[in-house]
Structures are given as C-alpha cells and as structure tokens.
Write a protein that binds this ligand. Structure first.
Ligand code: AMP
Ligand code: ZN
Length: 470
C-alpha cells in the first residue's frame, strides 16, 4: 500500500521491517473523561488502516497505551494534571477514574466497530522500563538533572523537528504568550523525562526512582511501551495531528537517542474533527460523545460512515446536518443491500477479483476511504449476480466495518415480522377514512392524534394512507 509519511512529508510505498508483519503503535486515550467523537475519528481511521493491512495479507500487531499518569494539562507543562482534575471532579481516586474511563473508551470503540488492540498497556504499569531508559539517557549524555527533575537535552540531537519544516519559533514552548518558562531547562524544547518537583501540589501517583520520588513525563510512556511490545523497530506510529508536536517529536528524540538507530519508519497523523465554532475539546465542558449521538437516535455506525466519506488527512467539520446526510446515505445503503436476493448462484470469481482489485487500489492509496465506499456502490450497480455482490460487500466490510450484511438482515427480519398492534392501527385508519368521507373532520383529526399518541405517524397519498412507528 501507499501511505503518507509525516516524517518524510511524502506518500511512500509501505515496506515493513519484517516481511509480512506490521507493528503498529497508537497513542491511546488520556482517561480522565469520555472520549469525544473527534478523538474517536483518529482511532476510527487508524482502525481502518489496521483492517486494511490485515485485508492486504499482513500479520498486524497493534499496540496502544492508556495514559493514566503523567499527562499534563498543556504542552507547556503548566496547569493542572488532567487525571487529578478528573478525580477531583468526580470525588473518586485517580485509579478509579482511569478504570472507569478506560472501560468507557473501549465500549465506545466497540460501538464504532473499532477493533480492540492486540496489546493495551496502562502507563502506570511500566515504571521500571522508564527508569531503565532514563538511566541510559543520563549515562550517554542525552539527559540531565536540574531542579530535581530529569530533562532530555534536545541540543544533543542533529535534527529535532522531524515533522515541521516551518517556523520553529512558532512551535517553541516557552515563547508563547502567557506561558511560564521552566528555568531548569537548558534549551527551550527540552522536556521532562521524570518529575520529582512537580508543579502540581497534589500529584496523586508517585514512585521511587534514582532521582527521588516522582512520576514520569508524558512522552516516555509511548517510547517504552512501543519498544517493549514491538521491539527496536516500529513500522507505523499513529495519532491525531496535535500529537505530532511536541509528543511524537519527543518520542522520536528519546527513542532514537536510547536505541542509537532510527526507530519508527512511518508516521500516520489523523487530522482533526472540528465543529463550526472551532476545535473540539474535552476540557470545554459539554462535548460530543458516542452516547450523545445515541441519545439523539443515531446509530454509532452512521458516524463511522460519516468519517469514511472524507480523507483522514483533511480536517472534517461536524454538524448535525452533516451527520443527518450521512444517516440518509447509510440507511439507503443498508436498504440496497437488504434488497439483494438470497440468490444461491455461485459467486462469479472473475468479477469478484476485478472489484476487489479496485477496492484495494482505492483504499491502498493512502487510505482513500471515500473511494473505498464508492467501490462498494460500484458493486451494487454491477452487472453480476446478487451472490457475487453479497460476497464482495462482506469482503469490503472487513475493512470498512459498517456491518452492512448484519444491518440488512436485521432490516429484512423486521420487515417480515408481524407488527404488534397492526390490526388496531389499521382499524383506526379505516375509521378515520370513513370519517373523512363523511366530512367529519373533527373525528378524523381526533383519530390522527390518537395514533400519534400511540407513536404512529400516518401519511396520506393518492395510493392511500401509510403508517410508520416513530
Ligand atoms: P487524548 O485522549 O487527548 O490524549 O487524545 C486521544 C487522541 O485523539 C490523540 O491521538 C489525539 O491526537 C486525538 N485527537 C484529539 N482531538 C482530536 C480531534 N478534534 N479530532 C481528531 N483527533 C483528535
Ligand atoms: Zn503517545
């Protein structure tokens, strides 16, 4: 496949370190609150990448961390620790908060058909590894102790900004307005590997270390977790675009300084989901969650379909209107699949191979999911047997994850099942028709209201009156 690599700023042919195998690392959630649907856009597109690689024949190992410690409230290492803030808000311990929101995160993922990773590692379970790596970084001169903390010395690197070619000053922490500079740092981009002198009075989780009781910086967890489960060479590292700097930049700095050779070859960054009034944020109070979509009557897979219709390297604007359009299109798609016959005719392998090749070409080109969806419509339009179409839909859905055959089967079952109370409804409709014929509008309207109260909506047309449950 071809994949855009943020590290080279180019679309590249994908060649894993070990033929046939892919190691894939994903920065996991910070579990102090529910994930918003923006976070989930990132995981969802990464899931499509994982599924596509499997579809393409690779043996994939996907690794994810859970940030349950050490995530500071801003890049500038200021503010309040997010985990402590969450615990205070809900009068729970930090570990209770972490467990609750980790479970909630994976429940949301399940609803969106995002596969559970092969490895899930909470950051708190890796303290010995952080200490081992930090010790070596100190021994080799890549790190220094100042003011009680251990810092990574970015001046020791030949190239620090891997992802950003543009104005380095724009990105530099400490020069932003209102950000208090950490005077312990030798260089403005140096970052903390281990804190003992926290800015947060009430940091809840602390461990003993050669540098005193404290806790790890945020970036070290991903380097160590990745190295533990993927070894010294990682194939693909994923995350939202906001993670490119400073998080991924710092991950590369410390991993390569530790290993002494290049570490991760491909970097995949998903651009943001925004609302009309700007960026989505968990700290802004009310925010968009999968549960909110469900409360408003949307199937979470409608949101998955919505995401698939646009490219992961473009920001995407969320609005209820956009989601409604996706819902209409998704429902129509399911209805078209449901209309396919159970034709037992054998699958036309030649035609199937042709359509599969088109699908692989589309999605394999830097994950062009909207073209992948188009390939699905092409199958529905194709001049081939319904058995072939069903087989292809089943096949493409291994990557798209839209549950099309399952939803279509449910729809057919529902349509075939006798509707409870149908007789009573039909009788009322007949009574209303009589009333209308007799120009007894009051009775006709009263019956309409009665049906409405029963949750039944009626529609009059030339062909007669039809009804639906609402
Ligand atoms: P967090 O839980 O804040 O660490 O974020 C989890 C993931 O969501 C990270 O990969 C972020 O880069 C990503 N992310 C954060 N905000 C958005 C957004 N609005 N749209 C897409 N991805 C996001
Ligand atoms: Zn990370």
């Amino acid at each position: 496949m071809k994949l855009y690599n943020s590290a080279s700023h180019k679309k590249e042919g994908f060649i894993p370190h070990e033929p046939g195998k892919v190691t894939m690392y994903t920065c996991g959630p910070t579990v102090y609150h529910f994930a918003h649907i923006g976070n989930l856009r990132s995981y969802l597109m990464e899931d499509v990448l994982e599924k596509f690689l499997r579809y393409d024949g690779y043996d994939v190992k996907r690794i994810m961390n859970i940030t349950d410690v050490g995530h500071l409230a801003s890049d500038a290492d200021t503010g309040e620790d997010k985990m402590v803030k969450g615990a205070k808000r809900e009068h729970k311990s930090v570990m209770e908060i972490a467990q609750f929101y980790t479970d909630a995160f994976f429940a949301d993922c399940k609803k969106l058909n995002i596969k559970y990773p092969d490895v899930v590692q909470p950051a708190t379970g890796m303290i010995d590894d952080y200490i081992k790596v930090i010790t070596k970084l100190l021994d080799t001169g890549y790190a220094y102790v100042a003011g009680g903390n251990v810092y990574f010395d970015t001046s020791k690197l030949e190239k620090y900004y891997v992802f950003n070619d543009h104005d380095e000053e724009d990105l530099a922490v400490g020069v932003r307005e209102g950000v208090e500079e950490d005077l312990n740092k030798r260089n403005k981009n140096d970052f903390v590997l281990w804190f003992t002198k926290s800015k947060f009075e009430d940091q809840a989780l602390k461990w003993d270390s050669p540098w005193g009781v404290g806790y790890p910086g945020w970036h070290i967890e991903c380097s160590c977790i990745s190295m533990k489960y993927a070894g010294e060479y990682l194939d693909i590292h994923c995350g939202g675009i906001d993670n490119a700097f400073p998080h991924h930049t710092n991950e590369i700095a410390q991993s390569e300084a530790y290993l002494g050779h290049p570490w991760c070859k491909y970097w995949m960054h998903v651009h943001h989901l925004n609302t009309n009034d700007g960026k989505m944020s968990k700290s802004k109070g009310e925010f968009l969650t999968v549960s909110l979509l469900e409360e408003k009557g949307y199937d979470p897979l409608v949101y998955r379909f919505f995401c698939l219709q646009s490219h992961y390297r473009k920001s995407l604007v969320f609005s209820w209107e956009n989601l409604d359009n996706a819902k209409v299109a998704y429902d129509k798609l399911v209805a078209r699949v449901a209309a396919l016959s159970d034709d037992p005719a054998p699958v036309d392998e030649e035609a199937a191979a042709k359509y599969k090749a088109a699908f692989i070409e589309a999605v394999g080109n830097d994950l062009n999911t909207s073209l992948g969806v188009t390939a699905l419509y092409d199958v529905l339009k194709a001049d081939t047997s319904d058995a072939t179409k069903r087989a292809l839909i089943d096949s493409f859905d291994q990557v798209l994850g839209l549950d099309l055959l399952k939803k279509a089967a449910a729809q057919r079952e529902k349509a075939a099942a006798p509707v409870e109370g149908a007789e009573e409804i039909e009788a009322l409709i007949a009574k209303r028709l009589e009333a209308k014929k007799a120009k007894d509008w009051a009775t006709a309207d009263a019956i309409r209201d009665q049906l409405k109260e029963m949750g039944v909506e009626i529609k009059d047309s030339k062909e007669g009156t039809t009804w639906t449950r609402v």
